[in-house]
Write a protein that binds this ligand. Structure first.
Ligand SMILES: [Zn+2]
Length: 96
């Protein structure tokens, strides 16, 4: 199952100039396999203090385990998503 994770912090809790937190965040991403999570992509909006992660995993428990090391680095908005091709396949245009 695919999830779109939006991480948000603010300028008070920004890790951009904090090497320790920045390293821990990066290590968490690179160790995703340990939680049976596959990372499809990571994108950043540094001035907006947001990081967007697309991950694939079977359970919410695995996702929580994956995020545990950085769970207190900000807020996480997690949404289940489909790739567009799959979404189109499941969306039918049934006449009324
Ligand atoms: Zn920031």
């Amino acid at each position: 199952m695919l999830f779109h994770v939006t991480h948000t912090h603010d300028y008070n809790t920004c890790m951009a100039h904090d090497d320790s937190r920045k390293t821990k965040f990066s290590q968490t991403i690179s160790k995703a396999d340990d939680s049976n999570v596959k990372v499809h992509g990571v994108y950043a909006d540094p001035p907006g203090h947001q990081i967007f992660i697309v991950v694939e995993t079977d359970t919410m428990e695995q996702l929580v385990k994956f995020l545990d090391p950085i769970i207190d680095y900000g807020d996480y908005d997690i949404r289940p998503v489909l790739d567009f091709e799959t979404a189109v396949k499941y969306l039918t245009n049934t006449p009324e």
